[in-house]
Design a protein around this ligand. Sequence first.
Ligand code: BTN
Length: 321
Amino acid sequence: MAKDILKYLRDKKYVSGEVLARKLKISRVAVWKQIQKLKGIGYKIISDQNLGYCLISRPDLLLPQEIQRGLSTNYIGKEIHYFPELESTNIAAKEKALHRAEGMSEGTLIIAERQSAGKGRLGRKWFSPAGGIWLSIILYPQLSPSYISRITLMTAVAVVKAIKVCTQIESQIKWPNDVLINEKKVCGILTEMSAELDIINWVVVGIGINANIDILDFPKNIQKNTTSLKETSGKEISRVKLVQTFLQEFEKYYEKLKKKGFSSILKEWKLYSHTLGKKIRVDIGERIITGEAIDINESGALILKKEDGELIKIISGTILK
Ligand code: BTN
């Protein structure tokens, strides 16, 4: 109901309680109660006995009604579960993803203002204070499980595009899934899935973007290699706008991936690549391999050329500094 009231409260224009009550088919007291509720979550609304209510400003929160206002996607973000704080949006999304039969639909979003135990790749912790963008998307793609890394690579391209559109900042992708600005990490992606031999049951794509975070607020040990959009642009960015733009880009690429395949997305990924053409060291768990990153193949694997000319295909690993 509070969401419906917001539809009628245009920014900086008065609407009377009577009109709101009539439009929403509720009493004026019920309207007043909803207005109090909105004020409680940070909407600045003034009231005038004769003129009614007027919306002065919206809270800087990733509330579903704010994200969905003007969101032009068909299904990504049509359902949003919002939390001021969660342990991890990926954990919450994985629990929900199991309930497809109970109406959990493709493109459902879990979003939190803060995470108390944000998860990074390879069991690492992901620092997630207020001011960042921490969200997970639930997908049910009809793809072979072996194509899962295509979704991660595609997500990175959508992040780069959204950052550029909203802030003009150019970012790059470090294989497989880090987005960097000036060599420093601004975004990480954690894709998790449940699959059987040849079908995917569900995929959860977790995206963490360091948006409006001061660099000195990051733990000391990651400050050197980490940045935020606020830090880079010198001002706070609109997180709502960035989430909307990202969701629109994400849906566009996801549709392309399902209908037209991966080639054109891979081409774009290569355009934004921070990795290709560089001599790198990759930790693949049991050992470290050194060589020149010469390509990414259609399954998202990194092709490394060792000094002796041997080509190595790396499916999963971490590029070392
Ligand atoms: C990485 O680079 O190690 C991946 C980091 C992924 C972080 C995001 S924040 C939203 C989602 N929820 C989590 O717990 N992790 C991902």
